[in-house]
Ligand binder design. Structure first.
Ligand SMILES: [Zn+2]
Length: 478
């Protein structure tokens, strides 16, 4: 699968790069990395055509991307590369949409389809809760855990009812406009008040087949919409260890509920054996490597979800700065973690004003595109630890083993394909680990560290997580 690297509109670039500040210098470096990544993600023939049309050689581009600070002509050459790239791309996926509304309401026709499908999905989940499909519930969750699983199905049905559009209420189900589904490899984004479905999932709602994309997406997503005790995505069905996870992890994970419905629809039960060894694993791998792969997949998934959460918050900060007074430290730390430029801003403050518009730190389309690229790359790496076969060449402790696996994944799915995640592969692992540990499925406290304990409206992330904190301290000393 191809990584879609999106770049800001060339018209937004001057604003990002103006001035001689540390921030604009950094923004220029980030933009060059993004362009390098975008070129690396192109098909070879397309890239050759692009360069030929612009009468540039590979060497010209390399020099352009290496120059310390661009002068006017060099900058317009960079912009012409972006313009050309975006013109050649018929999918529209190379343009980052910018800081625009990220969802829209369902159309009348979509509303009709989604409402009808949601009613069927909710009914199926209630049937499961009532005990009509216990064989499959027990197959997936294990005997003794079926009651807990059925309670989740019941709550998910209620949550879905709450979000479903009706004649008298506006829909909690909306359509994602950022094409996150295609670029970030995620089906949808859901919390207890809103479900943002990708365009493809909304289109799929016209087909009400129980084994269809629309049906299964609504099952998965509605378990995320439960107000108390929502599932997260500890694992996905394509992850290492999906068939052998422990009961508690399964109960907290959306894809297992989807699996039950798929089994009802198809009558085919995959074999779930708790704590057993995954039969798909390559038998030649050491037990340490297999164990590290399971942990690494968890970390990668946690990092990907955390990055998506950070994107949502920063996107909203850019649009509604008045709601984020007190979030300055959060934003500074999030900017460091995502490798954007906001923490370089001399005055980083949100202000709520009475007589004029609310203000906040400048967040550019370039910053948002950098975050978007990182999420796309994490999306590619997510679930890939199980493919790592390379054993380390020296003895490692458990933590070192996980780092080893993460490094292999980043090499295979980013670096070796010409993509650059951060400054170096060592830093890539540090960033991924630090993003991962903020997720409730990875850290010891089992909570989302981006928000304050006991109050989701208040910021968490009061300091950088490890290992980024130590890395940052070392970098400051040098
Ligand atoms: Zn999910």
């Amino acid at each position: 699968m191809v990584t879609h690297i999106r770049l800001p509109d060339p018209k937004d670039i001057d604003e990002m790069l103006q001035g001689a500040s540390k921030r604009s210098e950094m923004a220029e470096r980030k933009l060059k990395t993004a362009i390098g990544n975008a070129l690396a993600s192109m098909q070879v023939a397309d890239k050759q055509k692009l360069l030929a049309d612009l009468t540039l050689t590979d060497a010209d581009v390399r020099i352009l991307l290496l120059r310390t600070r661009l002068d006017g002509p060099a900058l317009s050459r960079l912009k012409s590369i972006i313009t050309k790239m975006q013109a050649m791309d018929t999918s529209g996926l190379t343009t980052y949409p910018g800081i625009v509304p990220d969802t829209r309401e369902l159309s009348a026709e979509e509303k009709q389809h989604v409402t009808a499908l949601a009613a069927k999905v909710a009914q199926t989940m209630r049937d499961i809760a009532k005990g009509l499909h216990d064989t499959y519930v027990k197959n997936v969750f294990g005997v003794g855990h079926d009651t807990a699983a059925k309670a989740v199905f019941k709550n998910a049905a209620d949550a879905l009812d709450r979000l479903t559009p009706s004649f008298w209420s506006s829909s909690g189900i909306v359509v994602d406009l950022m094409r996150k589904n295609e670029v970030w490899c995620c089906g949808a984004l859901t919390n207890s008040t809103r479900m943002a479905l990708g365009q493809s999932a909304v289109a799929a709602a016209a087909n009400q087949d129980m084994n269809g994309l629309g049906f299964l997406t609504l099952v998965h997503e509605s378990t995320h919409a439960i107000a108390n005790g929502a599932t997260t995505d500890v694992l996905y069905e394509h992850h290492e260890g999906f068939l052998t996870a422990g009961a508690q992890a399964k109960l907290k994970t959306a894809d297992y509920y989807k699996e039950v419905v798929r089994q009802i629809a198809t009558g085919i039960g995959r074999v779930f054996v708790e704590g057993d060894v995954d039969p798909h694993l390559d038998k030649t791998r050491s037990p340490e490597l297999m164990q590290a792969a399971t942990t690494a997949d968890k970390v990668l998934n946690g990092a990907w979800v955390t990055a998506i959460r950070i994107q949502a918050a920063i996107h909203d900060m850019a649009r509604n700065p008045g709601g984020y007074v007190g979030w300055e430290t959060w934003l500074r730390n999030a900017s460091r973690l995502m490798g954007i430029t906001v923490h370089r801003e001399a005055k980083l403050a949100f202000e709520r004003n009475v007589f004029s518009a609310n203000t906040g730190p400048k967040i550019t389309s370039g910053d948002m595109a950098v975050i978007d690229n990182k999420i796309a790359m994490l999306g590619q790496c997510n679930g890939k630890a199980k493919h790592v076969l390379v054993e380390p060449t020296r003895r490692l402790n458990a933590e070192g083993f996980v780092d080893h696996v993460l490094e292999q994944v980043v090499r295979s799915y980013c670096t070796d394909t010409g993509l650059k995640f951060s400054k170096s592969i060592d830093k890539d692992v540090i960033v991924i680990r630090s993003l991962g540990v903020l997720h409730e499925s990875v850290n010891a406290s089992g909570r989302n560290m981006l928000i304050a304990l006991g109050d989701a409206s208040k910021p968490g992330l009061t300091e950088l997580p490890e290992p980024m904190k130590s890395y940052d301290a070392r970098a400051r000393m040098i």
